[in-house]
Design a protein around this ligand. Structure first.
Ligand code: ADP
Length: 158
């Protein structure tokens, strides 16, 4: 059976931290699906289509990576596409506290769905989409935290 992992997130926007995680997970799975979770009550800086486009661009030369999005429960999405694993990153203790509960819940509602955690590399543990958004909103240069060749501008500048 194909080993499929779903890497769920907001990717608002994708950072080098996310890319590193996917690259490190690739030897562990046959396929990694980078899936944008759409939460209607959450406010995003970048529209879904834009986030998907960036993800497709970043992983275009990686046949073992697919890009997708889903609404509602992550566990239901995994079941729908036949994925038995979730991929998540841990940067610090607060990531752990949050992720622990979610992974236990997903294991129950996802009927044995397993979350595989990768600890972020030291050079990436300070990087988050939140920080990148703040830099972009403040008119700063976020390129050190973004995948190569990705041009990310504040949405109102187009
Ligand atoms: P969410 O809104 O679900 O937290 P994110 O896009 O912020 O979505 O993050 C998706 C996943 O990527 C999370 O598991 C997060 O811990 C992980 N992640 C984000 N940045 C990094 C990083 N710099 N190093 C390792 N993992 C990271």
């Amino acid at each position: 059976m194909e080993k499929i992992a779903v890497f769920p997130g907001s990717f608002d926007p994708i950072t080098v931290g996310h890319v590193d995680l996917v690259n490190r997970a690739l030897p562990l799975f046959d396929k990694v699906i980078v899936a944008v979770g759409v939460n209607t009550s959450k406010k995003y800086l970048f529209p879904l289509e834009q986030r998907l486009e960036w993800l497709r661009q970043v992983f275009q030369h990686e046949p073992a990576v697919d890009v997708d999005y889903f609404e509602r429960l992550t566990a239901d999405y995994c079941q729908k596409i036949g994925a038995r694993y979730l991929l998540r990153g841990l940067r610090n203790a607060s990531d752990f506290d949050y992720e622990k509960t979610i992974s236990q819940l997903n294991n129950i509602i996802g009927d044995g769905l397993e979350t595989i955690f990768l600890i972020s590399q030291p050079g990436y543990s300070h990087i988050s989409s939140t920080i990148v958004r703040e830099i972009i909103k403040g008119g700063g240069d976020a390129s050190p935290f973004l995948p190569e060749n990705l041009i990310v501008k504040p949405p109102h500048l187009g």
